[in-house]
Design a protein around this ligand. Structure first.
Ligand code: NAP
Ligand code: F7E
Length: 336
């Protein structure tokens, strides 16, 4: 039975990846942070679903800012595969906490790679690289060969992690891959990322729980896919004969305004009556346009996205309508 170690297991992607790996009969080990409130909401279903053998999921406390804990976890588990998904992943917040973001996202990757290098075996390594590294894009669409131009402390730190991964592959012959993933969303998406913020608010507006949605730049364009499709690409990268880097995207781009229109029209609401612009949500430097070219992943991994832009919006709205109905019945705000 293969063993996988996941940093960031409590996040959107960590939860979908652990579902996938458990289905594939892996023993899954996840690093979680100590928190003053519960932070395992996205993986609790593993323990509740009688069809999922939860004894194969083990959670351990740790942090990407603590090299000692990373080494001892690696030495103890001796995993076959390591997925580095842990991050302060919010771009806007990275302008408020640039040093912390760089430490966890950039240095955290080096700490984990060093722990791998010294753990006595050579696990395969997946690095959660990001389309934010393309930033002020030098080419449209973006491919594995497009030069980088990050526009935020988050993007800069991800670029450090990207190159660290390439360097450890070349210097130490590690099976290390960068997945350059474009934005991917789901009902498990954090509520402060724009798609979920929109679907969550629109569902609450529909049920009369909220009146207004405050947003920032409606003109930004993103290549949005479905998170469940994207974690499959992570796993596929580590099943190849050779380590490599891959763009994972849909090849389509839409503005934030288009996403708002899609969601509100599905709910038969007029978005212009509910959306207001709040400059607090603007960024000092913006990434205006992202659109990825996933043809290498299609060719070499036989991967392609299954969920369209419209279906993604609908999957998220349907889930958030369910949550809003529960909130209405409970008379208070809920998560999940
Ligand atoms: P997410 O929902 O924000 O999850 C981030 C995870 O990292 C959470 O489990 C979080 O723990 C953990 N974490 C935060 N700080 C940590 C630290 N100091 N040490 C250890 N773990 C820490 O992010 P996601 O959307 O699942 O994304 C997964 C990864 O892919 C991230 O690295 C992100 O930057 C990258 N990425 C995401 C996208 C996207 O569109 N989603 C695209 C490209 C790349 P808590 O639950 O305790 O906060
Ligand atoms: O913003 C605009 C905002 O925060 C998307 C992370 O997963 O994907 C994500 O980063 C766009 C931006 O995602 C609001 O200015 C307008 O142009 O949902 P987001 P992101 O910054 O693209 C990449 C690939 C990652 O790697 C990251 O980890 O939407 N926008 N109004 C807004 N954004 C937010 N959050 N909130 C607003 O009110």
């Amino acid at each position: 039975m293969k063993k996988a170690l996941i940093t960031g297991i409590t996040g959107q992607d960590g939860s979908y990846l652990s579902d996938l790996l458990l289905e594939k009969d892996y023993e899954v080990y996840g690093i979680i942070r100590r928190s003053s409130s519960f932070n395992t909401g996205r993986i609790d279903h593993v323990y509740e679903d009688p069809h999922v053998p939860n004894r194969r999921l083990t959670l351990m406390y740790g942090d990407l800012s603590d090299s000692g804990c990373l080494s001892s976890i690696l030495n103890r588990i001796q995993p076959d595969e390591v997925y580095n998904l842990g991050a302060q992943s919010h771009v806007r917040v990275s302008f408020d906490t640039p040093e912390y973001t760089s430490d966890v996202v950039g240095m955290g990757t080096i700490r984990l790679l060093e722990a791998i290098r010294h753990c006595g075996i050579k696990p395969k390594f997946y690095q959660a690289s990001s389309s934010e590294m393309f930033g002020k894009v030098m080419e449209v669409p973006q491919t594995e060969k497009t030069p980088f131009y990050p526009r935020s402390p988050y993007g800069v730190a991800k670029l450090f992690g990207y190159w660290a991964t390439v360097n450890y592959r070349e210097a130490y012959d590690l099976f290390a891959c960068n997945g350059i993933l474009f934005n991917h969303e789901s009902p498990r998406r954090g509520e402060t990322f724009v798609t979920r913020k929109i679907t969550r608010a629109a569902a609450r507006i529909k049920l009369g729980l909220q009146e207004t949605l405050y947003l920032g730049n409606l003109d930004a364009k993103r290549d949005w896919g479905f998170a469940k499709d994207y974690v499959e690409a992570m796993w596929l990268m580590l099943q190849q004969d050779r380590p490599d880097d891959y763009v994972i995207a849909t090849g389509e781009t839409h503005s934030v305004r288009e996403f708002v229109e899609e969601v509100f029209s599905y709910l038969e609401l007029n978005w212009e009556e509910h959306v207001e612009i709040d400059p607090r949500y603007l960024r000092p430097t913006e990434v205006d346009l992202l659109i990825g070219d996933p043809s290498k992943a299609r060719r070499q991994l036989n991967w392609q996205p299954k969920v369209t832009f419209r279906d993604l919006a609908r999957i998220m709205v349907d889930a958030d309508l369910g949550l809003a109905e529960q909130e209405k019945a409970a008379g208070k705000r809920l998560t999940w």
